[in-house]
Design a protein around this ligand. Structure first.
Ligand code: GLN
Length: 280
C-alpha cells in the first residue's frame, strides 16, 4: 500500500466514525506512524509502506475512532509555537488559551514584574511559554495533581533546559509568598457536562475540567484568595467561558479589583478576565 492509499483509507475510516477533522487526524497519525513530519508525508505520497506500519496506523485510527484525541495518541500538542508532552494526566492545551499568554505577555512587557504564578498549571503550557519569553522572571506553577506535576516538570526540562518551580498545591494553599502576576486556566466546565463527557468516554481528567455546578467554583476561590496573594498593583488573569465572564467581573469589582476588563479569543469571544489590585 502507498502512503496516499493508506491516507485515503484512514480518512474514509475516520469520516465513517464521525471524527471532526478526519483528513487532518489521518495525516497526523500516519505521519506519527512513519516518524515523518506532516510536510514530509505529503512528499512521500507515492512511496510504499510495509505491513507493520499499516497495522500500527490502523491501531491508532481505531483508538481515534474510540474518542481518544490525536494529541494523546501522539503524546504531544503544539501550543504557542512549542511542542508540549501531553498524556491522560493533563488537559490538552487549547488554542483559546494562547489569548491568556498574549495578555500576560503584554502586561509583562509594560510593567516591572518579578514574581509570576500559574495556578492549575497542568502541562505547564502557560508558565513555560512565558518563561521562554521572559527568562529573567521568577515564574512558578502550581497544581493539585501529582500527575500534572510530573508532566509539568518534564516539559520544563525539555523545553527550557532547566527545571521551573512547581508546587503541588490546592490553589494557593501550599504556595509561599506574594506575586506580581497570577494567571490561571482553572477547570471551568459545569459538573453535569463533565459527567456527560465522562459517560461518553472522554479521556481528559475530570479534575482539570470540573468547575462545580456552573463551572465557576475555582474562579471565585482564586479571585478571593488573590486579594491577599497579589503584591500591591499586581494583576490577576483568568480564562473563563464567555458565559461566565459577567458574573466574575462583578465579583472582582465587588472585592476591590480595579481596571477590570476582558480580552477576546481568536473566535471573538470574551475569554480572559483581567483585573488589578490597587497600589494601596
Ligand atoms: N475550554 C475547555 C473546554 O471547553 C475547558 C478548559 C477548562 O476547563 N479549563 O473543553
Amino acid at each position: 500500500m502507498t502512503v496516499r492509499e493508506a491516507l485515503n483509507r484512514g480518512m474514509a475510516f475516520l469520516t465513517r466514525a464521525e471524527a471532526d477533522t478526519p483528513y487532518l487526524d489521518a495525516c497526523l497519525l500516519l505521519a506519527e506512524t512513519l516518524k515523518l513530519s506532516k510536510e514530509a508525508l505529503i512528499g512521500a505520497y507515492p512511496e510504499e509502506i510495509d505491513s507493520g506500519a499499516v497495522d500500527r496506523f490502523e491501531g491508532l485510527l481505531r483508538r481515534r475512532a474510540d474518542g481518544i484525541p490525536v494529541s494523546y495518541l501522539r503524546r504531544r500538542k503544539e501550543f504557542y509555537g512549542l511542542e508540549f508532552y501531553v498524556d491522560e494526566r493533563v488537559l490538552v492545551p487549547r488554542p483559546d488559551t494562547e489569548t491568556l499568554v498574549e495578555e500576560a505577555r503584554a502586561l509583562m512587557e509594560s510593567r516591572r514584574f518579578r514574581r509570576v504564578l500559574d495556578l492549575c498549571a497542568g502541562s505547564g503550557c502557560l508558565a513555560i511559554a512565558l518563561k521562554r519569553l521572559f527568562p529573567e522572571m521568577e515564574i512558578a506553577g502550581a497544581d493539585v495533581s501529582p500527575g500534572a506535576g510530573d508532566v509539568f516538570r518534564f516539559n520544563a526540562v525539555t523545553l527550557l533546559g532547566a527545571p521551573l518551580d512547581f508546587f503541588e498545591s490546592d490553589l494557593f494553599a501550599d504556595v509561599p509568598g506574594t506575586f506580581d502576576l497570577v494567571l490561571s486556566n482553572p477547570p471551568y466546565v459545569g459538573s453535569a457536562e463533565v459527567e456527560a463527557m465522562k459517560r461518553s468516554g472522554w479521556p481528559e481528567p475530570a479534575l482539570a475540567l470540573d468547575g462545580g455546578p456552573d463551572g465557576t467554583d475555582f474562579h471565585f476561590r482564586i479571585i478571593e484568595n488573590a486579594v491577599e496573594r497579589l503584591a500591591p498593583g499586581g494583576s490577576l488573569l483568568l480564562e473563563a467561558d464567555p458565559g461566565q465572564i459577567d458574573k466574575l467581573s462583578l465579583e472582582m469589582e465587588r472585592l476591590g479589583y480595579i481596571n477590570v476588563h476582558t480580552r477576546r479569543d481568536l473566535g471573538g469571544r470574551e475569554r480572559v478576565l483581567c483585573g488589578r489590585k490597587p497600589e494601596s
